[in-house]
Write a protein that binds this ligand. Structure first.
Ligand SMILES: Cc1cc2nc3c(=O)[nH]c(=O)nc-3n(C[C@H](O)[C@H](O)[C@H](O)COP(=O)(O)O)c2cc1C
Length: 508
């Protein structure tokens, strides 16, 4: 894999020229502003903030870590020039081969370089930014991994659930309905027992990715990451709760949430692009201990209007999982799937199929909308034929515009899984939403009479891009190079292939 922890990952990426070191920027406004800028810049760098005014040198925050296809590939241990579909297929291979490897429990780890307990607990020592101007507080946990255990079994779940600072020893947690964390929490609450939680505030990016995607039910993210790495993930036992925590984590906070112990949480800028869930009473965790490495690095992943960092990497991973779920549900002829970043990888999805029988397109649409990868906070599901390239939203919208007819092509599913974050649902009715299935396939009964499409098939388009893509890349590259100095020179490169791949340019 090439890295064991966040610092080794940063070293690897630094060697490709994709890390920017930024010092002296304040937590009050500027870290949030700069983060929004790099999240929305195409191929934006990872940024490591240090020397935040008011905090010790070395107390750092990394943002925009896994925001590009190259850095996602590096994180998964795959070649950095891998193409989209191959990346999805390789990712599924890595996760489907039943290779889950349980973590190795070790006695000690760098995470215990600094141990703060009781009165020493002070969360204000870390440079937590105010990420968005109208946030209800400073969110210390955005790129975090919340570790919890099922009280009825050995299942340890890692989920990214946001964490707001209340004061130096208390934080607020927001877990959406239906998530594993809330299922565990409610079991402890039903028994009137405190619910143990350990929150990792700087893990390696693979562990973070794992805690943000839908891994199979009952499988621990630790085992899943072990399977991808091909070796056990190293954990240590958190001294108070006994929960396993990454031995090489940067910062971990440990404590309990208790039934009825709540405080106002939010509003927070959310992945839908709104401060949608407002402020509500949410569980408070009393932090009993902090463990951190010397010169700790927090992973900051504050939401922005889509598409932003996680949407960019989740587009590949969630599309792959949707493909897997459809196949596992027994839908034949599924060719490709796409969970679009612009819909936060949830609100707009498309699947392409080779139509095999009457009703096949509707079956595919309903299952895509309701399987594990599609069920939570979906809205629009578009089913297209196999000649449509789902990775190109224009192609999908073209199919929708030309092959569907509203009176025969639409189905609505009522009362599906939504939650407080859904901006389109009235504040008093949050919980359910509806789904629109758009059957944008050629109508089964007269598909043979449907007009022939203009243009190359997907494979030919890809070959053309591979062979002649340098014509486009060359123009963009030259425009970038010339723009600040004077008039643009739009000539193609002198010889085919010169300046061929923007991917090779790590200088930005
Ligand atoms: C940056 C980021 C922040 C997230 N914040 C939350 C959150 O505050 N609450 C929540 O329930 N889900 C949040 N999610 C989504 C969950 O992490 C995701 O659905 C994950 O699969 C949940 O794990 P689980 O299925 O084991 O419950 C966030 C995802 C990302 C990428």
């Amino acid at each position: 894999m090439g890295y064991r922890d966040l610092r080794e990952w940063i070293d690897l990426v630094r060697a490709t020229g994709e890390v920017r070191d930024v010092t002296g920027i304040g937590w009050e406004h500027d870290i949030g502003r700069v983060t929004e800028m790099v999240h929305h810049a195409p191929d934006g760098p990872a940024v490591l903030f240090d020397e935040v005014p008011g905090f010790p040198k070395g107390y750092r925050i990394l943002v925009n870590a896994v925001a590009t296809q190259r850095r996602l590939a590096l994180t998964l241990g795959l070649p950095q020039d891998i193409e989209r579909r191959e990346l999805m297929d390789r990712f599924l291979e890595l996760t489907e081969s039943g290779m889950a490897i349980p973590p190795r429990v070790v006695k000690d780890g760098p995470v215990f370089e600094n141990v703060l307990r009781g009165d020493q607990v002070d969360l204000m020592r870390f440079p937590t930014p105010l990420w968005h101007p109208d946030d209800g507080g400073r969110y210390i946990g955005t790129g975090c991994v919340d570790v919890m255990k099922d009280p009825d079994s050995d299942w340890v779940n890692c989920g990214t659930y946001r964490v707001m600072l209340h004061d130096k020893s208390r934080v607020g947690l927001y877990i959406s309905p239906g998530k594993h964390g809330i299922q565990f929490r409610d079991k402890y609450y039903a028994r009137n027992e405190p619910c143990p939680v350990a929150i990792v505030l700087g893990s390696d990016p693979l562990m973070f990715l794992a805690s943000t995607v839908e891994v199979p039910q009952g499988v621990s993210e630790y085992d899943w990451v072990g399977g991808i790495k091909g070796e056990p993930y190293e954990v240590v036992k958190a001294p108070i709760t006994g929960l396993p925590i990454p031995a090489n984590a940067e910062i971990v906070i440990e404590g309990y949430i208790r039934k009825g112990h709540e405080a106002p949480e939010g509003p927070f800028g959310e992945w839908t692009g709104y401060y949608a869930s407002g402020q509500r009473a949410e569980p408070v965790m009393d932090v009993q201990a902090i463990y951190h490495r010397n010169d700790p690095i927090m992973l900051g992943v504050p939401p922005q209007k889509p598409p932003w960092e996680p949407h960019k990497y989740r587009e590949y991973l969630r599309s792959a999982l949707l493909l897997r779920d459809m196949k596992n549900a027994g839908v034949p002829g599924v060719v490709d799937a796409m969970c679009y970043a612009i819909g936060g990888t949830r609100l707009i999805v498309a699947v392409s199929i080779e139509q095999r029988y009457a009703g096949h397109a509707r079956q595919a649409g309903h299952i895509a909308a309701m399987c594990r990868a599609g069920a939570y906070l979906g809205r629009y599901t578009i089913v297209v034929d196999e000649d449509i390239d789902v990775s190109d939203i224009n192609d999908v919208l073209w199919a929708m515009a030309t092959r569907s007819d509203p009176e025969r092509s639409l189905d609505i599913i009522h009362r599906a899984w939504s939650g407080p974050l859904d901006p389109a649902i009235h504040p008093s009715q949050k919980g359910h939403n509806s789904r629109l299935i758009i059957d944008a396939c050629k109508p089964w009964e007269w598909r043979d009479q449907f007009p022939k499409s203009i243009g190359p098939d997907i494979k030919t388009k890809q070959e053309t891009r591979r062979e002649f893509g340098w014509i486009l890349d060359g123009l963009q590259r030259e425009a970038q190079a010339v723009a600040p100095a004077g008039p643009r020179d739009h000539r193609a490169p002198a010889r085919p292939g010169a300046g061929k791949r923007l991917d090779d340019d790590h200088s930005m």
